[in-house]
Design a protein around this ligand. Structure first.
Ligand code: GYE
Length: 338
């Protein structure tokens, strides 16, 4: 269907088959509300219910909302889980506190999406000392000791940045192209890696120049604010490269408020491919989106079950990502899950 855009998809690891099965099985799953901390309070440790403490980054983006929903819809009592879920509001200290609380509660498994890459060693050592396995989802840690966690499932963010950069280089850079970059949260794996990937893919093209680069913290509001600043400082911006859709959507607002046409006067390339972003792409306000699949719940459930069963799990499981131009977005939108 999107054959021209799927060439670089991949999913590695021995769990690939199980993961794909789980994703398919989840499609018709429960949609009955899903609330926050599922199954708390019945302290029964009944049978083989797996108690999971999950520390989420926050609620900063459409991607995050879809990711949270996927996890809450999958780690249900019906599927054999007792999920304790907390939202860290993009603060590392809140995540460390949540993980310590899960250790104190003696959960069976801790899973989390680390807001930033650094600074996790001591709390992960505490989990290990307590005999509680840890699974990383979505974002990586930079710990040198990879025995501190069982498995890390998430996209290849460097590849996403490269895919964006390659498309820009091939499609928009026949002449001088002045790029402004809206970076994700400072210190977060996807911000670091997407920047690296984009830079390496565009470095060989002498027409492409990144004239400004600043964090918009993966939110629409900050994306808009930073773009307003870019527009005040530069009257020669040709392209916005935003590390996620939400910041790109914020940039659209700033560009329109400045009396220009997003997607034409200033081109926009983003990463995520959530519905709002895809709609803007279909409308011609965004020019290209590299996907980052947030539906990690089913794979996470399989990994956790394997860990508890004492089965070997892959240390790194890479999630597949597509990419979309306007035509592909129009085709995909009617059946888009997130
Ligand atoms: O791209 C962004 C979110 O970690 C991959 O976090 C995730 C990123 C995603 O805020 O929208």
């Amino acid at each position: 269907m999107f054959s021209t855009f799927t060439a670089r998809r991949r999913l590695t690891g021995v769990l690939a088959g199980a993961a794909i099965f789980a994703l398919a099985a989840c499609g018709g799953g429960d949609t009955d509300g899903g609330g926050g901390a599922e199954g708390d309070g019945d302290g029964g440790t009944s049978g083989d219910t797996i108690v999971v403490g999950f520390s989420q980054v926050g609620a900063e983006s459409g991607w995050r909302a879809a990711n949270t929903k996927s996890i809450q819809d999958t780690l249900t009592a019906e599927n054999g889980f007792d999920l304790k879920f907390s939202d860290a509001q993009q603060k590392q200290e809140n995540q460390i506190q949540a993980i310590r609380s899960y250790i104190a509660q003696g959960v069976d498994v801790i899973a989390f999406s680390p807001v930033v890459e650094s600074g996790w060693d001591s709390v992960l050592e505490e989990a290990r000392d307590a005999g509680i396995p840890v699974v990383l989802t979505d974002r990586a840690v930079d710990s040198e000791d990879d025995t501190l966690y069982e498995s890390f499932i998430g996209s290849d963010f460097v590849l996403e940045g490269e895919m964006a950069g390659e498309w820009v280089s091939e499609n928009l850079a026949a002449e001088q192209l002045n790029v402004v970059e809206l970076q994700g949260t400072t210190g977060a794996a996807p911000a670091i890696d997407r920047k690296t990937g984009f830079e390496s893919a565009t470095a060989g093209n002498p027409n492409i120049e990144i004239i400004a680069s600043q964090t918009g913290n993966f939110t629409r509001t900050e994306g808009k604010q930073v773009m307003e600043g870019f527009l005040q400082a530069h009257d020669d911006i040709d392209l916005v490269f935003a590390h996620n859709d939400d910041m790109g959507l914020g940039a659209i607002e700033a560009i329109e408020a400045a009396g220009m046409v997003p997607g034409e006067d200033i081109k926009i390339v983003t990463i995520d491919a959530v519905k709002d972003g895809m709609q803007a792409l279909a409308d011609g306000k965004i020019n290209y989106i590299v996907e980052c699949n947030p539906l990690l719940g089913p794979d996470l459930a399989e990994i956790i079950k394997s860990v508890i069963a004492g089965e070997p799990v892959e240390k790194r499981i890479v999630v597949e990502d597509l990419a979309f131009d306007q035509e592909a977005a129009i085709e995909a939108l009617p059946t888009r899950e997130y």
